[in-house]
Design a protein around this ligand. Sequence first.
Ligand SMILES: C[S@@+](CC[C@H](N)C(=O)[O-])C[C@H]1O[C@@H](n2cnc3c(N)ncnc32)[C@H](O)[C@@H]1O
Length: 419
Amino acid sequence: MSKITAVATVCAVPALAILILIATSPNGVTPPHIPDGSFTGLIPPWPVFKVAVKINSFFATAARVTTPPDVAALELATAWWKSEVVYGLGYNGIFDLVASRSMTCHDVATELDLQEFVVCQYMEAGVQLHVMEKNDSSEHDSSTYSLTPVGDMYLKDNLHSFLMMINEETRDAWRGASTEVIKSGKVSGFEASFGGKDFWTYHNARPEKSAQFDRAMKSLGGGATGAMISDWKPSREDIMFCDIGGGLGHVLAHVLEHYPRMRGMVLDQPESAKRANEYLKERGLSNRAEAVGGSFFDPFPEKFSECDVYHIRHIIHDWPDAENVLILKNIKESAASAPTKSKKSVAVVDQVIDTGASPAMEQSKRLMSINMVASNPYGSRERTVSEHEELFTAAGFSGAKDIKVTSLRTIQTLLEAEI
Ligand SMILES: C[S@@+](CC[C@H](N)C(=O)[O-])C[C@H]1O[C@@H](n2cnc3c(N)ncnc32)[C@H](O)[C@@H]1O
């Protein structure tokens, strides 16, 4: 064997092993159909995900331990400045305009009829925050700006509505939690800040705000849906998948596109259900999917007894224990009213805490937990696996201790219980 062949063989064997490892998803399943542009196609294989998280955690820890305490303290005190810069760039349409062509800040200000001095300050800050990049020019005034991949995420067809929603009323709700609820309890930060109105009463009275919230949830959840589909296996490919509190029907649409023989339903508040039916029609899914208006606190409409999977994502964290027990009981009763007995399950997807995820993810879940204190009825929060088990037990699920826990290649965890 020549030296070259020997070296090639030595390199080829580990390379092949790595390829096999990368192509395999040890905990997951291979979805039967990945439509173009699907988030599922973007989920990295498990080994890549695990290595990337480790590398990211290493550098995050290195950055933390090498930052002096006074600098870290100032960074935390002013962290909201960063959100405000991206909010200003999004609110004024600067991200979308710059996405259409790279432009000087002078031209951006002229086209959007804004103050050039302030626009240039915001766009320079955007460069420092890595949402924009400056295309070099010898003359400062003629530098053009374009978006980085992070900046692209804030466009109108992506996270724009989430950026608006989380930096508008939600900011005031947090302040209510930090100053009022922390002392007096009883209500949400939202109620403390908005004259006693709860989140849904306030939003339902403002259709544009409520539509913004639905769009925010749709744009926020794509990665989580892709990750769920990648590591969740239905008992059959022609089941009825029901998304309880499924908003615009974005999760359902994504699932049905992967499983062309599956059917599905969404149960959500009446106005959201109307928007969901329009969305499902746009996606060409009306023949297999429908949204029904109603409340998950009431007995479910009769047709929901056909559901094989009752999927509830980002619902449990929105409510205190008693309300969650009621939702789970309603699911159980709906399943029990089916004329023929078949295998049925509940699939909860939430930001379950203390699952041994990376430090950055656990930190993010803790902050989301406060977001729940701010926005939702008193007692709402992220929960651990065992706190979820307690809810299932209280709702009368006999298999509550056998919940199947699947970590996903994202911040969410999937908890499945047989009914
Ligand atoms: C945090 S969002 C989650 C949306 C979606 N499941 C997702 O993961 O993107 C909460 C959802 O619960 C719905 N909702 C709130 N109260 C409800 C009720 N009483 N009955 C049914 N749906 C409700 C909202 O309209 C919204 O779509």
